[in-house]
Design a protein around this ligand. Sequence first.
Ligand SMILES: Cc1cc2nc3c(=O)[nH]c(=O)nc-3n(C[C@H](O)[C@H](O)[C@H](O)COP(=O)(O)OP(=O)(O)OC[C@H]3O[C@@H](n4cnc5c(N)ncnc54)[C@H](O)[C@@H]3O)c2cc1C
Length: 391
Amino acid sequence: MTHDPKIAGSLWRPHVDSEFVAGLRCFASEHIAPHAQEIDRRDVYPYKIMKALAAEGYSTVTLDPKYGGAGRSYSHAVATFEELSVASAAVGISLITIFQAQTMICLFGSHSLRDRYLPQFREGLLTSYALTEANHGSDIRRLDTKAQFDGKEWVLTGEKSFITSGSAAEFFVILAESPNGVSVFAVPRDIPNLEIYKGNNSATFGLRNGPHMNVRLQGVRLPSDHLIGVEGKGVRQAVTVLDYSRTLAGAISLGIARAAFEGALTYARNRVAFDQTVAEFQGIQWYFADMLTEIDAARLLVYAAAQALDRHEEIARYSSEAKLKACTVATDVAAKAVQICGAYGVTENAPFGRYLRDAKAYEIAGGSAEVLKNTIAKYLVRGPVTPKAPT
Ligand SMILES: Cc1cc2nc3c(=O)[nH]c(=O)nc-3n(C[C@H](O)[C@H](O)[C@H](O)COP(=O)(O)OP(=O)(O)OC[C@H]3O[C@@H](n4cnc5c(N)ncnc54)[C@H](O)[C@@H]3O)c2cc1C
């Protein structure tokens, strides 16, 4: 028993044009939902689904039309992540690594990089965003992956870990330490001396879209224009892109929370105990009232963060608040949904374990709750910092 489309229609009013949302709901229920449990159980990248999403234009929602994108608002991007992730958060995170690479190139890439790579997203380019290393997670100011310029080309050596979508990615955005600090590089998958492999820690209990791969670079040589942005400004650039993607991560968590809520409500309305439905117990009703209130609050915050992205104002503040709130709400709602569904909620057959595992994993991936609180606190102490708008 999973989410009921009738509940989606009545409870979650679209924040963007209803035709766009109806298209997403239709795609999610027809093409994603039937495969969601299997993607999670087998821990595989949803390759066909991602190529189909690109063909529909969902991986280029905000991209400038001159590169083949739809040029829509970030509220449309949020709606896309929210609706698709109701069916599968694994699809949501497969899409977010595409948006992260796309955003890095849009915001900081040279004209030649933009012209070469941005049109490929409309054709279904699959990408990863590689910051983390075995010894560097939240703190990326120092890295063990090194980049040296030999006068003609950049040469990268080191290893990244926990790289989401790495099993299928055709292109990587990689952070490495160069002589003047940390820098960002565009790395095609098929370049010599690049190895992608499943490490000891690649399999996670949540957000399973294929193992989170290790990426080993052993003297990978890149043309000079594959440095993205300014040498030594990589941390600032990477954090700016995270500021964009955290709003989308919040939308994925909203999707998880909605799925858990809808599944539990459907179950409680049908399950009978002590001569009444489970939904008729006041104790259970209070759970639902709390869950709905929290989801509505998180949803308002996530769409407010999308508007901040469109206005290019207070992005770090709102995206951090949105991810912080939505991720914790998703974990709380998923845990309550298990409780409401009793033994059925705990079975492997039911989707509630997946919701709970995905929600919890997202309290760490893409910026842990603690790091998000640091960002919000920094905003309070230092005031707003507005990243450069895409040109
Ligand atoms: C499912 C999943 C997918 C991922 N996908 C990717 C990916 O695609 N690309 C990528 O680059 N990385 C990815 N990661 C890695 C992820 O970004 C890191 O796990 C995250 O940044 C935290 O780093 P860490 O695990 O090394 O924890 P650490 O940085 O070692 O932190 C450990 C604990 O200390 C806390 N902490 C750290 N610093 C502070 C501080 N300043 N103040 C307060 N508390 C602090 C953390 O919040 C955490 O609770 C993924 C991780 C997961 C779980």
